[in-house]
Ligand binder design. Structure first.
Ligand SMILES: Cc1cc2nc3c(=O)[nH]c(=O)nc-3n(C[C@H](O)[C@H](O)[C@H](O)COP(=O)(O)OP(=O)(O)OC[C@H]3O[C@@H](n4cnc5c(N)ncnc54)[C@H](O)[C@@H]3O)c2cc1C
Length: 272
């Protein structure tokens, strides 16, 4: 039998935060539901209370200004990222990752916020957010705080978020605009599958950044890689930072091998 829960769809942020404060760990936010609903159906998540956030005003807000950078509301879907011209032109790494996430049907429902709060080690959207110095704006009845994605992920499906906190917005600084990069993702099924391993290379003020998914308990960022290193040297730095495991998808050894293969493939394109 499917687990039963109470459902509310507040129309204001204050109402949502009050419900979350009242119900604490027994409440779950529902965004696109592409992680939450399968988890409820499989008995992995058993919330007593589900709070739908899609009816809040400005949920889908996606704006860029040179002063504030890119501001993505919690309801911005993966498809909306792909459609947005400013993102394609100024933050192409976000579009590259979005393009690799699941299928059209899932992308139309799935949100960027849900992807990062779900905190899967194979999250696609975590990689560009790490490479672009993005931050999460977390809000609750106790106030608001801003957390860099470098500190956001703490383990498989675990983040720094406290009970009652809501990810209201994701911000990408204007200084990260126009960063070049490339993303490669290994999947079992072409077109729509979670990653076996994902590697993003991005230019940065200090030289190069490499972000890797599905190769450690959390998505990994290796920053501070100076310009001019060859692929073997970059791979050696990245191999030290990852901790892949054997699982049903493949072995740790194969993951390490593919991380190196993608670095060798993408580095010439990013260094051009
Ligand atoms: C067939 C299929 C294929 C998939 N393929 C991929 C893939 O290739 N790559 C990938 O990265 N993911 C993939 N996923 C996972 C999923 O689609 C993404 O993680 C998606 O972005 C989740 O967003 P959502 O809006 O559906 O989140 P939901 O399912 O609504 O929520 C996910 C979690 O985040 C919480 N949450 C959501 N929004 C907020 C918020 N604003 N504040 C606080 N908590 C919040 C929820 O309570 C829940 O715990 C796939 C899923 C399916 C079903």
């Amino acid at each position: 039998m499917v687990h039963e829960f109470q459902y509310r769809a507040p129309r204001s942020l204050s109402e949502l935060l009050a419900l979350m404060a009242e119900h604490g760990t027994s409440a779950k936010v529902l965004a696109g539901g592409t992680d939450l609903l399968p988890n409820i159906r499989m008995g992995i998540a058993k919330p007593a209370f589900v709070v739908d956030c899609k009816r809040l005003p400005d949920a889908d807000r996606l704006v860029f200004s040179p002063a504030e950078g890119l501001r993505m509301g919690h309801g911005v879907t993966i498809s909306a990222v792909l459609r947005d011209r400013t993102i394609r032109e100024k933050f192409p790494l976000l579009a590259e990752a979005a393009h690799e996430l699941a299928s059209h049907q899932v992308r139309n429902r799935a949100t960027v916020a849900g992807n990062v709060v779900n905190a899967s080690p194979c999250s696609d959207m975590a990689l560009p957010l790490l490479c672009l110095d993005a931050v999460a704006v977390l809000t609750s009845t106790s106030g608001e705080r801003t957390v860099s994605f470098r500190e956001f992920f703490t383990g498989p499906k675990a983040t720094v978020m406290k009970p009652g906190e809501f990810l209201a917005e994701i911000r990408v600084p204007a200084s990260s605009a126009d960063r070049k990069g490339r993303y490669a993702k290994l999947k079992r099924v072409k077109g729509h599958d979670l990653g076996i391993v994902g590697v993003m290379l991005a230019s940065s003020p200090e030289g190069l950044r490499v972000a890797v998914s599905s190769a450690a308990p959390t998505p990994v960022l290796v920053s501070g890689i100076g310009r001019g290193l060859d692929a073997e040297a970059v791979d050696a730095l990245v191999q030290k930072a990852i901790k892949p495991i054997d699982d049903v998808r493949c072995t740790a050894e194969y993951r390490r091998y593919m991380v190196g293969a993608y670095i060798r493939r993408l580095l010439p394109e990013v260094s051009r």
